[in-house]
Design a protein around this ligand. Structure first.
Ligand code: SF4
Length: 370
């Protein structure tokens, strides 16, 4: 993860009202030349400045549609800013207000590890392996999939992409989230016994050639440090305490949690499920806490709470703060583009192939229910 030098102390010491006023003044001055994007998991103190909110891919697609945009300030994490750079015109400069806002899951699959794994897996079996990467991955990993007849997927369309992959080959390598891969493959009828787990920190991923031959899906041993915090015991505890409460979790949660939940789906699915539920509905939700708290505030007629008793927040995304946003915009106004996230042309081209294969093989309204 790139190093973020401390911003001047005057920014962190500034009164929050002054910080907000100055950010709004910048937005007015830049007008359409500046687009601020805020991910669903972002804190409200930052989200208040966003022109658009959404998940990572949707935000990048929105950025690409903005006529006259010269600068995209992405209040998300590193891989999201990379995706925005991949999808926007070359003239658009994408800025991440704090370079230390990375993603623990994306960082669990470095491109050299993926290449090493590919060499081992393809030598172990003569069958065709199709690499699929969750969009929560580095641009280099997306490009790898683009270069090896693979594709990207989101949590909302993973099933459709896996179905496409099994029309292209006999096996799938699913990167970097083992849980999304396992939950999706299981929902498609693939047994746990037909899945193998590749650990990039073990020689040959901790697998024998025979285990690779036997597997239909090879899962990369990566996970989201936020969704990993939800447990089956929390589901049992909610059921015992509040039998009417429905449990709704993100498919980045462990398989055992998804099994115990009433529903599992992407962030968009979670939003739609709560919005579409009747007044007085009761929900325990297994996803990032800022999203859950915002849903609770937006639906005072319903009970919406986190599945976990502790705060499950994306600590890296949380590093982006109003002072960092203001600092980036002050530098921009002074003619200096700080913290630009730029993907090299070859990686961009190959990553786009993986993204385009995904988009060509999914319906516009993906089914995300468990
Ligand atoms: S919530 Fe998890 S997957 Fe999403 S950005 Fe944070 S660490 Fe990465």
């Amino acid at each position: 993860m790139p190093y973020q030098p401390p911003i001047p102390a005057s920014y962190t010491a500034m009164d929050p009202v002054e910080t907000a006023d100055r950010i709004r003044a910048h937005k007015k001055r830049f007008g359409r030349r500046l687009v601020i994007l805020g991910h669903h998991y972002q804190q409200d103190d930052v989200l208040q400045f966003a022109d658009f909110t959404g998940d990572s891919l949707k935000l990048s697609q929105i950025a690409a549609e903005q006529e006259g945009a010269e600068f995209v300030l992405f209040c998300g994490v590193h891989f999201m800013a990379e995706s925005a750079d991949i999808l926007t015109d070359d003239s658009v400069k994408v800025i991440l207000p704090d370079l230390s806002a990375g993603c623990s899951m994306a960082d669990m699959a470095a491109i050299d590890q993926v290449e090493e794994a590919w060499d081992f897996l393809t030598a172990a079996t003569p069958e065709k392996i199709v690499p699929i990467t969750y969009v929560n991955s580095a641009a280099s990993v997306k490009a790898f999939c683009g270069a090896h007849d693979g594709a990207c997927c989101t949590s909302g369309n993973a099933r459709m992409v896996l179905e496409w992959a099994f029309r292209q080959g006999e096996k799938v390598l699913f990167l970097p989230d083992q849980h999304l891969g396992r939950n999706t493959a299981y929902a498609m009828g693939i047994s746990l016994a037909d899945m193998a787990l590749y650990d990039p920190h073990e020689p040959d991923g901790g697998l024998t050639a025979g285990e690779v031959v036997a597997a239909k899906v090879v899962l990369w041993k990566g996970h989201c440090s936020v969704h990993q915090l939800f447990t089956p015991a929390q589901c049992d505890e909610i059921r015992a305490r509040d039998p009417e409460c429905r449990i709704l979790v993100h498919p980045e949660c462990d398989w055992a949690v998804v099994e115990k939940a009433d529903l599992a789906g992407s962030t968009e699915y979670i939003l739609r499920a709560v919005e579409g539920s009747p007044p007085q509905a009761r929900w325990a939700i297994g996803t990032e806490v800022h999203l859950v708290e915002r849903l609770a505030a937006q639906h005072p007629d319903k009970t919406v709470r986190s599945l976990a008793p502790m705060q499950c927040l994306c600590t890296t995304m949380y590093r982006i703060s109003p002072p960092h946003v203001l600092w980036s915009l002050d530098r921009l106004a002074a003619g200096e583009v700080v913290n630009r996230i730029s993907v090299d042309p070859r990686t961009k081209r190959l990553a786009l192939i993986a993204l385009d294969r995904m988009l060509a093989n999914v319906s516009p309204e993906p089914a995300t229910a468990k």
